[in-house]
Design a protein. Sequence first.
Length: 368
Amino acid sequence: MNEIQMRPLPLIIEPEEGNPHEVEGVLNPAAVRGIDGQLYLFPRVVGAGNYSRIAVMRVLFDGDGEPVGVERLGIALEPEMDYELRPDGGGCEDPRISYVETLRHYVMTYTAFSPVGPRIAIAVSKDLLHWERMGLASFAPFEGIEVNGVDNKDAACFPVAIPNPSGMPGLAILHRPLFPGTRPEEISVEEGEHDFDANRESIWISYSSIPFSGMDPEQLCSFTSHHRLASPQWAWENLKIGSGTPPVMSRHGWLIVHHGVSDIFRLEDDVQRLTYSAGVMMLSMEHPKLLLYRSAEPVLVPQSSLGRRGTPSNVVFPTGIDRRDDIGRPHRYDVYYGLNDYRIGVARLDLPDELPHESHLHPEMSGC
């Protein structure tokens, strides 16, 4: 059986000419259906000096249900809290959004560009128009590893309550701590094979308690029971992996489109640069900390095209996913992704009736 693949669609969302909020890019959007059934994107828009805001756009479709454009609706989050500001700027970056049924709220996880580095922040909304900040996520230590005091990115939450290891329902998130010495830029300069601590270059899953009433920020944002979900395994992700789209329930389990980082040489100019590609993971329906499948090859790679300033395109960064049952094809998904750190692309994923027979899991990765 063939590997799962995604195919790029024609729509490319470019920075709007003359828009000061987008002079350095529009990228890495959350994608979510509103209560009106419309699809909304919440991209990171980058102004001068790498100052990032989170905007909101409505996706426009043609008569066949294909995405063909966007309508810009304004700014959803502007850096204003102390954990989003720093002397040289600041930012609200790379959101993911899920409607969490138990909370009856949309939950946005995003990267706050704080004075001490990137941290995971959480905001909630009932209508996608008005957002209430819950604050920074905090993480309990894990087996002697300090999780709370390190840079952290790529957070995405499940849309339903997930039992933690003690069996109690909680808000589960995926995230990627950036421990010192494990950044792709640091590892790529090492010669020979890359040795890594599996705990420290991974997608993790963690849990917080569901508030019994109201929205208790301290309860909602305090995460424990950490578990390593997946570490780098293949050549295309040999430096780093990170969660991408929020988990969505599919016919095979919880579907995630993640990103992997490699130091593969680009053939256009024979210059070594980090390359971001997309892959697929499938988690158990009943116990999503169990990894059932991951793609051995990327499902989407950067295309041979020039990006901004004439540099070769080398980034595919998936962040939003939209289930497309509305166009009469069950198990079809559109994935929205950052393209070369400057614009937005969209690709289509059709899940097969069965997953490829080969699970593509190292023994220690199938439920450690």
